[in-house]
Design a protein. Structure first.
Length: 382
């Protein structure tokens, strides 16, 4: 379905693989270059070296943005900086406002007809959203659209309480902002971490994640994260090698407390022409695509962790398609190796592969939306 907004937003274990995938072997048996997301340190040197340059550019960019920012936008930012981050109707309204603020004049094809966000909102439990990071300047705006759609879904439930958004991002983004804008972003849910690919400050990240996990297990927050992190700038690498394992490790830690974690992959894409069936251009900035994936349910019962397939069965050439295809009659599929439950310390590698496959599928589905011509009658105005 097309959306335009002015803001125009429109019990028996089965081995995971007959022939174990390299990612599913015990650590001592793995080839260090076979992991999805594992990159030799030599290739990361340039990524580490660019952080200082990026930091300086962020400072300059923010100062210029502050200088030329319209009064209306400054006022909205000030309003959000002053509001208390708590599950109230006023907070939801401000979330919608900031979504419109950072997503102006966009035409986005989103699969809202699947009602995924509405079902999640009705359930009322915490969710982890993972998103591809193909466009660092546009992705925050698309995230704002996603959060606005989710906020609208929570409003429709009429419930008194709902999980607040917590968005994991590079702490440098917050550090280079003026105090008011930073406060607004933090109220909007921004949580800064040391996003260094190598040599990161584990203490900083531990302090950031501890309250996050506490809120998540009590269904008080949703977590939004770009698993590629700073590797997103590595256009020479495919998604498998940019996808970092932090989110899988986070899920594994949460499962020790909360026995059920829901993960939703969301694909973003950009650049298609916005035209109707007669070739008439309908949008000035082109068509964008967003694919909200099938929720993936990860559960832990004793020493066994189970998982649902998500959208894996939509991609027959997926490396793990056969496993999920053979188990398609099961709802919760045990994650096993050689017929035995995978050890909890080994679980992140399995989760990383399954989550990455799902994210890639939805990223490609979002790209396909760019090939579809818009029917002017299908566009909804917000």
């Amino acid at each position: 379905m097309q959306i335009n907004n002015e803001f125009l937003y429109a019990p028996k274990y089965t081995p995971l693989c007959v022939e174990p995938h390299p990612n599913f072997l015990p650590k001592g048996e793995r080839d260090s270059f076979s992991f999805k997301g594992n990159i030799p340190s030599a290739q990361l040197a340039s990524t580490k070296a660019t952080r200082g340059i990026e930091y300086a550019m962020r400072i300059i960019g923010n100062k210029l943005s502050d200088l030329f920012q319209p009064k209306a936008r400054k006022q909205i930012t000030q309003n959000i900086a002053n509001i208390k981050a708590e599950p109230t109707k006023l907070y939801l309204e401000q979330l919608s406002e900031i979504g419109r603020l950072y997503s102006t004049q966009k035409v986005i094809d989103i699969n809202i007809e699947d009602m995924i966000l509405e079902k999640l909102a009705q359930k009322g439990e915490s969710v982890i959203f993972i998103m591809n990071h193909s466009n660092q300047s546009e992705d925050p705006q698309m995230l704002a659209v996603l959060n606005t759609l989710l906020s609208d879904a929570y409003k429709k439930t009429g419930k008194e309480s709902f999980p607040l958004p917590k968005i994991i991002l590079n702490e440098d983004i917050l550090k280079t902002m003026n105090p008011t804008k930073r406060k607004a972003f933090e109220n909007f849910g921004a949580v800064g971490i040391d996003a260094s690919v190598i040599g990161g400050d584990k203490g900083v990240n531990a302090r950031a994640f501890l309250p996050l996990v506490k809120d998540f297990v009590r269904n008080k927050c949703n977590i939004f994260i770009f698993p590629e992190g700073r590797l997103a700038i590595r256009g020479d690498l495919d998604l498998y090698h940019r996808f970092q394992g932090g989110v899988a490790s986070l899920i594994n830690k949460i499962l020790a407390i909360k026995k059920n974690v829901t993960v939703v992959p969301v694909g973003f894409s950009y650049g298609g022409k916005t035209m109707d069936i007669n070739g008439k251009v309908l949008g000035e900035k082109g068509l964008n695509g967003m694919s909200i994936g099938t929720p993936i349910e990860i559960k832990r019962v004793g020493e066994t962790t189970t998982i649902t397939s998500g959208d894996i069965l939509k991609k027959e050439d997926s490396e793990i398609f056969n496993f999920f295809s053979k188990n398609k009659d099961k709802v919760d599929i045990p994650i096993t190796s050689n017929g035995e439950p995978v050890k909890q310390e080994e679980l992140p590698d399995y989760l990383k592969t399954i989550l990455c496959e799902n994210l890639e599928i939805n990223s490609n589905l979002a790209k396909k939306k760019l090939e579809v011509q818009l029917n002017e009658n299908e566009i909804l105005m917000y």
